[in-house]
Design a protein around this ligand. Sequence first.
Ligand code: XMP
Length: 179
Amino acid sequence: MNDDIAKVLYHESTILSRLDELAHLITEDYSDKEFTVISILNGSFIFMADLLRRIQLPLQVDCWSVSSYHGAKSSGSINFRQHEVADVSGRHVLLLDDILDSGLTLSTIKSKLMNEKNAKSVKSWVLLCKNITRKAEVEADYVGFKIDNEFVVGYGLDYNQQYRNLSYIGVLKEELYKK
Ligand code: XMP
């Protein structure tokens, strides 16, 4: 697996230090709020556990399984593999996603939670944010790291469901997905 990585962007220790900082911010921002964390699967499953254990507040958790990528390309639409999610009516929601790219995933889920599920507020937390012009008008409220427009894997992020178990985040060698 390591041979497929062109360069390492963030080692586990750097990621965990950043999670400490962001968990501290969330603990301050949500100290007087009843809130539900909704984690977008599959990409969030590794940092979700690391982040949530650092938040010193009572909270509810649920996951939402969606997909939009085929290989290293966005399909341009969001597929909800699971239709039911926790009842968040009247509750504050903090969405967790692995990466903000075109913005399609976050904007679709945010408007669903506000308009169909009647959440009181929806903020979003992303581990990575690509520095590109988005297709949908959305930005994250909390960002782990800003990155260039490169295809990254590891620490939950995949290429065709592989590399999620790398302990670090790295750029995948182009020849592996550009054929
Ligand atoms: P959008 O374009 O909707 O993308 O903002 C969000 C989802 O697309 C996947 N994605 C990536 N996955 N490396 C990955 O492993 C990447 O560089 C990448 N860019 C987008 C990811 O599932 C994310 O939730």
